[in-house]
Design a protein. Structure first.
Length: 88
């Protein structure tokens, strides 16, 4: 039987790295946006929230697990997106 290419469990350190990496990448893309940083950033964060929620559902990750998951990422991106939308 073949092993899965993507491990089913990730540790919290990997998730924190993913969050920081995506936030940096989204910030770079938002600065290049033509509709202003705030609006572009909030839109990209909303799309990332949806992406993480779909990924978590497809992988059947536990919402309240001991380690961070895509559900936690989606919640973080949603909060940051709401704050950006409210401030700008």
């Amino acid at each position: 039987m073949q092993e899965r290419a993507i491990p089913s469990q990730t540790n919290s350190r990997q998730v924190v790295f993913r969050i920081v990496f995506r936030l940096v990448l989204l910030t770079v893309f938002a600065t290049l946006g033509s509709q202003g940083f705030g609006k572009t950033s909030a839109t990209l964060l909303a799309l990332t929230t949806v992406f993480c929620a779909i990924t978590a559902a497809m992988r059947r990750e536990a919402i309240f697990g001991r380690a961070l998951t895509h559900w936690d990422e989606a919640a973080i991106y949603a909060v940051v997106g709401h704050v950006v939308w409210a401030v700008v």
